[in-house]
Design a protein around this ligand. Structure first.
Ligand SMILES: [Mg+2]
Length: 357
């Protein structure tokens, strides 16, 4: 099977309500679907989303990386897993457009093998279901209570609460949420780099005293402050999940070596796709570190790819809620997003899409 064309399609997917973190606010998901055409008439689909404040990848840089580097690499090539490392090596950084090509190649490779992507990646050939959390945006206590109630009414049992504001305000936010939460609802607190070490310890201890059911604290301090991550990991009563501090497998190795986290959030847009993500997952597993599979604000194609990856390697912790946060996620196929459940069907091939755009 030979790759004959690489095309990029822009999608703008409105959110039900604004998505707000300590770093940014968005109202519409801007997503780029990448389509690889082949001489056998089979398509491979990937996608990426520009997230300038986290990955540094912008609309312009994504188009440039694909037009000038990745498309010339892939067009005319015979489909092979050997293309996966070449996607990573053809230019430095630019992890999001690399992820789009990586996912599309995996989609084609799994289709060629006659398998759903999770089975191609080594998972058992059976129907799978993974459970995602739902995000509560950083806002006023009143707005956060309303969003929390909405998610609980939709059946979610795990919530990711965005914090990272002034620490006294963050404690007030948690005190407010406590009034509407039952003990069985699990919280993941994500500061998106907004705290100092002292803030992280202060808010964690306050949350502990409130008796909240907290599973982890995500990226409490600035992504470059690895000493701070070590200190927070030592001092906080909850597990520390590294997100923005870990892009490549080499970042994961450094944080593990330093004791700078208890868990790692793998996102395909940060690591350049499944090929590098698998390296992080293996490294973490060898060191007894659990991984979360997360995503940026992305469309369904790359979220589906992340779910297949996680299901294949047995990850139990997911933050893949964009399909729930939008009015309508474009595309149709064998993957079904239903509240906290993402169902992956063993009958699908590749990512399982019958219609993407
Ligand atoms: Mg995060």
């Amino acid at each position: 099977m030979k790759i004959t064309a690489v095309e990029l399609f822009e999608e703008n997917i409105p959110l039900k309500q604004p998505f707000i973190t300590a770093k940014r606010r968005i109202d519409v998901i801007k997503d780029y679907v990448l389509r690889l055409s082949t001489d056998e008439g089979v398509y491979g689909y990937g996608a990426c989303a520009p997230t300038p404040v986290i990955t540094g990848d912008t609309v312009g840089s994504i188009k440039c990386a694909i037009d000038d580097f990745l498309a010339p690499l892939l067009i005319g090539q015979t489909l092979s897993a050997e293309l996966l490392p070449r996607v990573q090596d053809v230019l430095f950084h630019n992890s999001s457009p690399k992820a789009a090509c990586d996912i599309a190649l995996y989609d084609l490779l799994a289709k060629e093998a006659g398998k759903p992507l999770f089975a191609y990646l080594g998972g058992e050939l059976e129907n799978k279901c993974v459970k995602t959390d739902a995000t509560v945006s950083l806002s006023t206590p009143e707005a956060m209570i309303k969003e929390t109630k909405d998610h609980l009414a939709a059946g979610f049992s795990v919530l990711k609460v965005k914090l990272g504001g002034e620490r006294a305000d963050d404690v007030k936010r948690l005190e407010s949420l406590k009034t509407v939460l039952s003990d069985d609802i699990v919280l993941r607190l994500d500061a998106n780099q907004g705290w100092s070490v002292e803030d992280a310890v202060y808010v964690s201890k306050a949350a502990e005293q409130m008796g909240l059911n907290i599973e982890l604290i995500e990226q409490p301090v600035h992504y470059t402050d690895l000493e701070g991550m070590v200190e927070v990991t030592r001092k906080c009563p909850f597990r520390i999940l590294a997100d923005e501090s870990v892009f490549a497998p080499s970042d994961a190795a450094r944080l593990i070596r330093m004791g700078a986290c208890d868990m790692i959030n793998i996102k395909l847009m940060k690591c350049g796709g499944i090929y590098e993500g698998l390296k992080i997952q293996r490294l973490a597993a060898e060191n007894g570190i659990e991984c979360m599979l997360g995503c940026m604000m992305e469309g369904g194609v790359s979220v589906t790819a992340a779910a297949h990856f996680g299901a294949a390697v047995g990850i139990s912790c997911y933050d893949l809620d964009p399909p729930y946060l939008v009015h309508n996620m474009p595309g149709e196929g064998t993957t079904v997003f239903e509240g906290e459940n993402i169902y992956l069907n063993k009958e699908g091939l590749g990512l399982g899409y019958s219609k993407v755009i």
